[in-house]
Ligand binder design. Structure first.
Ligand code: UT7
Length: 324
């Protein structure tokens, strides 16, 4: 049995945060941000717009595109590191909005690798014959946990959501192979230290700004390149393909993406980028880019798309999709 992505969708909030806006918030310049990251703008959710709202919008559009009715959804998977609540899950909030009363619903957390981990979970359920129609949603309101006094992280992140319908029937992109990895030894190099049970919210955690993203950028960069390259290599080997037609990577830094493209000999015109418009939207980033690729370019039958990702945990992974 094959697991196929039969539709994709994304949702980006309207408000734009430009490099010029960031110059007013922290000690940085448009020139530094552009040359070091490739980012120009990112989107910010409205005050009354949350991860579940953005995820619902993307999911509804993906269902419409797939012609999937609410009653036929078997499972709702949500990848996010910015859930509306610690509990209940954002997946349950989205299930309510979708009126998908026959669906099971759960969140899972693999940070920026969330979309790839989600493809693997969905592929496993479908190939085991347990479910027919799964909606994978990756949604983030990162602006709620970004420290707009820290120039090392505030320039990087944006909000947004992506979704796809993964089914055993219909046609689209077959999920050929997925490889995943993790290294918890490096958990602290990209972390939000407070708000969980180890450091519950207190006056001190708020004063220390511990409810915001903390990152050792240079260390993360180094591991990102190494791990995404290895995961991609393994994925290509498992799938047995001899050519990669499109690279749709996690949009964390243009320099990381350029290294990957070079290593796999993929010309930059075959690398799909949204980083200049949306920055790093964590779990959503690969899904948003995949959706825009499918809307803007014609993918021919038999063409392969490689999706590598990397994030906090550390986690990483790669997926190889083939157009049917
Ligand atoms: O999505 C999860 C995975 N995340 C990633 O993959 C992110 C990986 N890391 C990165 O993309 C990069 O490390 C950053 C973009 C975060 C930083 O770029 P970098 O080239 O690694 O810079 P750096 O941290 O080594 O800092 C170089 C210099 C420092 O100044 P000194 O010590 O050389 O005087 C920083 O203080 O740049 C300074 N700097 C800035 N200057 C202007 C750091 N941030 C800024 C800034 N504007 N926003």
């Amino acid at each position: 049995m094959k697991a196929k992505i039969v539709s994709t969708a994304s949702y980006l909030p309207e408000k734009v945060l430009s490099n010029a806006d960031l110059e007013k918030l922290v000690d940085t310049t448009d020139e530094w941000i552009t040359s070091r990251t490739g980012m120009k703008e990112r989107r910010l959710a409205a005050d009354d717009e949350f991860t579940s709202n953005m995820g619902t919008k993307a999911a509804k559009l993906a269902m419409e595109r797939a012609g999937l009715e609410s009653k036929d959804v078997d499972l709702i998977l949500v990848a996010t590191l910015t859930p509306d609540y610690m509990f209940p899950s954002t997946a349950c909030l989205i299930q309510r909005e979708l009126k998908a009363e026959n669906a099971a619903a759960m969140d899972f957390q693999a940070a920026c690798s969330g979309y790839i981990y989600g493809l693997s979970i969905a592929k496993g359920y479908i190939q085991a014959g347990m479910y027919k129609n799964i909606i994978l949603i990756a949604a983030e309101k990162l602006s709620a946990i970004v420290d707009y006094e820290d120039r090392g992280t505030s320039i990087l992140f944006g909000d947004g959501a992506s979704a796809c319908v993964i089914s055993s029937e219909g046609s689209g992109l077959e999920i050929d192979a997925v490889t995943l990895g993790a290294d918890g030894n490096l958990a602290e190099i990209l972390i939000m230290p407070a708000g969980g049970v180890r450091n519950p919210a207190s006056k001190e955690t708020v004063e220390n700004r511990d409810h915001y993203i903390k990152m050792e950028g240079r260390e993360v960069f180094k591991h990102a390149v190494r791990r995404m390259e290895a995961a991609s290599q393994k994925c290509v080997e498992i799938s047995g393909v001899d050519e990669i037609h499109w690279l749709v990577p996690h949009q964390a830094n243009i320099r990381i993406i350029e290294v990957l493209a070079k290593r796999f000999k993929i010309p930059m015109e075959k690398v799909f980028l949204t980083i200049h418009k949306y920055g790093n939207t964590s779990a959503s980033s690969v899904g948003i880019a995949l959706d825009e690729l499918l809307n803007e370019k014609k993918i021919e039958k038999g063409e392969n798309i490689l999706l590598p990702a990397f994030g906090a945990g550390l986690t990483w992974g790669a997926a190889l999709l083939t157009k049917e």
